[in-house]
Design a protein around this ligand. Sequence first.
Ligand code: PFF
Length: 469
Amino acid sequence: MEKKQRESWGSRLGFIMAAAGSAVGLGNIWRFPYMAGTNGGSAFIIIYLAFALIIGISVMIGEFAIGRRTQLAAVGAYKAINKNWTFAGVLGVISAFFIMGFYPVVGGWASAYILKSFTGLLSNPAAIGDAFGAFITSAVEPSIWLIIFLAANIIIVAKGVSGGIEKAGKILMPTLFGLLILIAIRSVTLEGAGGGLEFLFKPDFSEVTGQTLLAALGQAFFSLSLGMGCMMTYGSYLNKSENLPSNALIVTLLDTGVALLAGIAIFPALFAFGVEPAVGAGLVFVVVPQIFAQMGTLGIIFSALFFIALTVAALTSSVSLLEVVVAYLMDQRGWERKKSVYAAGGVMAILSVLSSLSMGVMSGFTVLGVGIFDFFDILTDKIFLAIGGMLLAIFIGWFVKREDLEDELTNGGTIKFGLFNAWYALMKYVIPLAVLVVAVMGILSIEQTGLMIFGLAVIAVLALFSKKL
Ligand code: PFF
């Protein structure tokens, strides 16, 4: 079979913007602040940073290396090295489908809130919480918004790697940084903002529990787009002359930087207005508009800017999730890009509409004890990503030739990777063990036992039939 020239990134900056775009998403701006808020603030943040900077970077280097080595996306990459491991790639594709079964719903909410900022959302601060509840439980409006959000994904990914994904990242990512910095400056200059900064930067480790550690590791993984072959897929489009470890370092620093920036944008304002930090998952959609509602016309502008930033961040992440599936269909099934995008996007649209409806009209319908939205969310966040990350570390440490890894990470000996031995030991011993402990703790802490057993059974069945996949 004639081999087609593989698509590749147009430039180094383009790749970094795309990879950072994948990493920076709802996980940083929506999830991170509320996780920090409900887990006591500063101590959680420091632990999360440590996990991201040690485990996260290492796993990302591993994903980049396997992707570029094999020039294949997740499934093909595992398969090319060891057929018994094909299932780990397939698990990644399933995770991508499942995350895209709920992520566009929240992306749609964010898009809707850009418009809502201008159409009276902020005029009655006391009603913002109820308005959010009414909006997400209605049948038609959120579905329309999620379809618009998904359509944007489909257009970008259909244009291909350098034409679509890379261009979008290059324009949208700097826009996001700029907006967040602007909002952060506004936030810290409010009267009474000091309490928020203290909450963010003055740690109290006495409050740290096993749950805090678990939450912090999970957050680091989700936020860096690891554990499902996404960075592997992006690595497969990467030029042979790029320095993988330094790229992983830059992407990780950008990702953690944006999370911190989101914290600085939100908490000082929260404290300035006397809002409780541990409000939970409604933080962004309920509390942020409430904060801005107290600032008059300027607040409307800031609110719209904030939700533009959130939409942009969600979009550059969701295109990477769609790309994982599309690359699989192209690499393994030989499909054309456009056909792959429309087929995958169509399935995702159906899953997401069901997820959205599960907030309201279909709330009585449950799968293994949870609604459809929660089914996709819990299954991926709490089971598939953690196990996917652990599998990758075991695969690298025990099933890939050490020389091959060294060759890939030093570009055939032409550049230096001084920390190779330390990285290899981390991947081989420390990370599998650490993630195993965390995964077990995580899975044990899930209340939905049926869902947990289902998730593990899916992985076991995949592993059993790995050679046939
Ligand atoms: N990292 C994204 C976020 O923080 O929102 C979510 C994500 C994207 C997870 C891509 C996994 C992935 F493969």
